[in-house]
Structure formats: C-alpha cells, structure tokens
Design a protein around this ligand. Structure first.
Ligand code: C5P
Length: 239
C-alpha cells in the first residue's frame, strides 16, 4: 500500500458476514483493487485467520478495528496487528496524544524487529455518525468541523502519518496538513442509485481530485451484481 501515483487506490471493505464470502470476493477482485479492509464484524467472526488468508493471496490488508484504550493496551494491539502483516490499521484520535504516540511507536518498533515496513497507523477523528448535537451530548461543545481539525492536529503532533476522513473533509484537511499525510476516505458513491446510509458522499474521481489517497468502497462493489465489473468501472472512472 505504498503512497505512490501508480498504485490502485481502491480498498474494498469486506463487510460480509463470513470468511467464505470474504475470500470469494477477494478471489473475484484479485488484481482489480489495491487492498481489502477487514472491520469489526468480519474480524469478530473470523479472527486473525481471515487476515492471514487475505494476506496469503498477496493482497494488502487494512485492519479497521479503531483501537481506543489506554496507551499500553493500544500499543500491544498495534504490535499484534503489525505481526499479522497488515498494511494499514486505525486508532481513535480521541484516545489522546499519548495513546497515538504509543500506537505509532509500536508499529515502527514491531515492524523494525520483523524487518518489514511499518503499517500506516490511521487516526479516526469524528465518526460521521456524529453531528454537533451528538458531540454536545458527550461533553464536546464545538462543531464537527472544528473538532475534526483539532483532532487532526493532535494526530500530527503524535506523529501519525495518516487519517481517515469523510469525502467532504478532504479539502479542508489538505489545507492544514502536510502533503506527506495519507488521507483515506470512505463514503464513496457512483452512478445512479441509492446512497443508502451514507449521507456525505463523493464519486471516486471527485474524492481523488479533492486530495484523497485511498478510497474505501464497500457496498457499491461487494453488493454489485458483478463486483469485479464494478471495481473495473471505478478504476476506469479514475483514468
Ligand atoms: O458500504 P460502504 O461503501 O458505505 O462502506 C464504507 C466502509 O467504510 C464501511 O466499512 C464503513 O464502516 C467504513 N467507514 C465509513 N465511514 C466512516 C468510517 C468508516 O463508512 N466515517
């Protein structure tokens, strides 16, 4: 998952309820996407074994478990994920400066011990399911935009090299973050059809033009009648 101009920027979210279904998708999509995201549902069902099986196909893995705990616990979880040889993983920036520093250090140290490149530790700022009202309910009296910016700056201070953000946050974050910071963006939709529960969406091309490095795409690919054709259509739209 190198951050180069030539790589395929599509990461397919394997939000499916079982290892067999996930592996069938991986096989179907081989060579058409840049990697696969394994989230809480699939990991809870299928465990580290599914990570190893997807990696065994040669595909890159984004382990999206959004760690949020005391620094020592998060560091140990990040070290374990690094040993599983994932290329990206997530932590909640609201876990604080020390927690993020511990996560980045654990990724770097564990990878160095294994002689591999460190996985990209991505910070999650404000969940897109939260608005200003919900932030107030948890004692955060600010608006979403300001809180995203505040947490993004904290992630940079902690030494993180990337963030997950909504498509509509990409432009604003690009203005305040160094160019080397990787931005990974879900909420991608294309073509006619329902945007389902995603409210703030951009097309793949719009998201890349706004400054996203990687696009996380779930339902528009895995729930398509022909997932491989859907992935190829996205790639084509980016050329
Ligand atoms: O199916 P869809 O394309 O909406 O999937 C998007 C993926 O990105 C899902 O795995 C979802 O959990 C994840 N995600 C998101 N919005 C965020 C963070 C992660 O949709 N803010």
């Amino acid at each position: 998952m190198a951050n180069s101009e030539t790589r395929n920027p599509i990461i397919v979210a394997l939000d499916v309820p079982g290892a067999a279904h996930a592996l069938a998708l991986v096989e179907q999509l081989a060579g058409t996407v840049g990697g696969f995201k394994i989230g809480s549902e699939l990991f809870t069902l299928a465990g580290p074994d599914i990570v190893q099986k997807v990696r065994a196909t040669g595909a890159a893995v984004f382990l999206d478990l959004k760690f949020h705990d005391i620094p020592n616990t998060v560091a140990r979880a990040v070290a374990a994920a690094t040993r599983l040889d994932v290329q990206m993983l997530t932590v909640h920036t609201s876990g604080g400066l020390e927690m993020m520093r511990a996560a980045e250090a654990a990724a770097q140290q564990t990878a160095a011990e294994l002689g591999r490149p460190a996985p990209l530790v991505l910070g999650v700022t404000v969940l897109t399911s939260l608005g200003t009202e919900e932030l107030g309910q948890i004692g955060c009296d600010t608006n979403v935009g300001r809180q995203v910016e505040r947490l993004a700056r904290l992630a940079m201070a902690a030494g993180l090299r990337g963030l997950v953000c909504s498509p509509l946050e990409v432009v604003g974050l690009r203005q305040i973050l160094p160019d080397r910071i990787t931005l990974v963006t879900p909420g991608i939709r294309f073509g006619p059809g329902t945007p389902d529960d995603q409210k703030r969406t951009l097309s793949p091309r719009e998201a890349i033009e706004a400054g996203a490095d990687w696009l996380v795409i779930g339902r528009p690919i895995y729930a398509a009648p022909d997932p491989r054709a859907a992935a190829l259509k996205v790639l084509e739209s980016l050329r």
